[in-house]
Ligand binder design. Structure first.
Ligand code: ADP
Length: 262
């Protein structure tokens, strides 16, 4: 709160990047990274003339390498900037490319901040229309420092309809408002599970929690993503659903979200 009350330090755009959209959540495990990956792909599928990048600043638990089926050391450009790795037409950068997959990240705060600085300032994105940023869960130093260092077009907040996740999503939305980042809306993830055999629908985490929160905060619901085996399998095998099954209803839900955010 002290940092916030001091007002915003000067923001500097990322070279070559037109619009930054951050994907955030209050709690871990609600589907933030899955949403970030599929949103990046959906932006590129919806308009193939747009160049899209994906930046994973979830330094404690980077999931972009696995979800985008990428690994390896980024090459350095002539000006000593890291070149993103490319898959499915999306330029990607992640802490996961810079450290061993199984290395425990036991960093002190300052090291985290210097890693974030590196990810924000030492990447040669070329020209991007959209950069989707996968934030760490919660409302800590990383979220604040990203929000204060670069101009952000808007934040997408992902939550399950469960009370505890919604409470944290509420805090997330308030944090962005405090640092003057427009909140584009909420994505309600895992709202319904349909049994593939009997077709019965179950609201495992509750039915309409995100809708209630959206009303309370006067925010839009950008989309409702069902809990679906295909989404999980596609992510885990590094073939995100928007890329591998673009005609599926699940992919269409992400494609609709992409039309809402730009
Ligand atoms: P977070 O980034 O919030 O920690 P992830 O995107 O890593 O969450 O998702 C956590 C797990 O849930 C992953 O295994 C992912 O594949 C799975 N998952 C996310 N959204 C869905 C969904 N709508 N249906 C099925 N599985 C999902």
């Amino acid at each position: 709160t002290q940092i916030m009350s001091r007002g915003l330090p000067k923001q500097k755009p990322i070279d070559g990047v037109k619009q930054v959209i951050v994907v955030a959540s209050g709690k871990g495990g609600v589907g933030k990274s899955t949403t970030a990956v599929n949103l990046a792909l959906a932006l590129s599928v919806n308009d193939s003339s747009k160049a899209v990048g994906l930046l994973d600043v979830d330094v404690y638990g980077p999931s972009i390498p696995k979800m985008m089926n990428l690994k390896g050391d980024p090459e350095l450009s002539q000006s000593n900037l890291m070149r993103p790795l490319l898959n499915y037409g999306i330029a990607c950068m992640s802490m996961g490319f810079l450290v061993e997959e199984t290395a425990p990240i036991v960093w002190r705060g300052l090291m985290v901040m210097s890693a974030i600085e590196k990810l924000l300032r030492q990447v040669d994105w070329g020209q991007l229309d959209y950069l989707v940023v996968d934030m760490p869960p919660g409302t800590g130093d990383v979220q604040l420092s990203v929000s204060q260092n670069i101009p952000i077009s808007g934040a997408v907040i992902v939550s399950t309809p469960q009370d505890i996740a919604l409470m944290d999503a509420h805090k997330g939305a308030e944090m962005f408002r405090k640092v003057h980042v427009p909140v584009l809306g909420l994505v309600q993830n895992m709202s319904v599970f349909q049994c593939p055999k009997c077709k019965h629908k179950t609201h495992i985490f509750g039915a309409d929690g995100a809708r209630r929160l959206a009303r309370t905060l006067d925010l839009d619901i950008l989309g409702d993503i069902p809990l679906h085996l295909n989404i999980r399998e596609a992510s885990d095998t590094g073939q995100p659903i928007v890329f591998s099954q673009p005609e599926s209803d699940e992919a269409k839900a992400y494609l609709r979200i992409a039309t809402e955010v730009v």
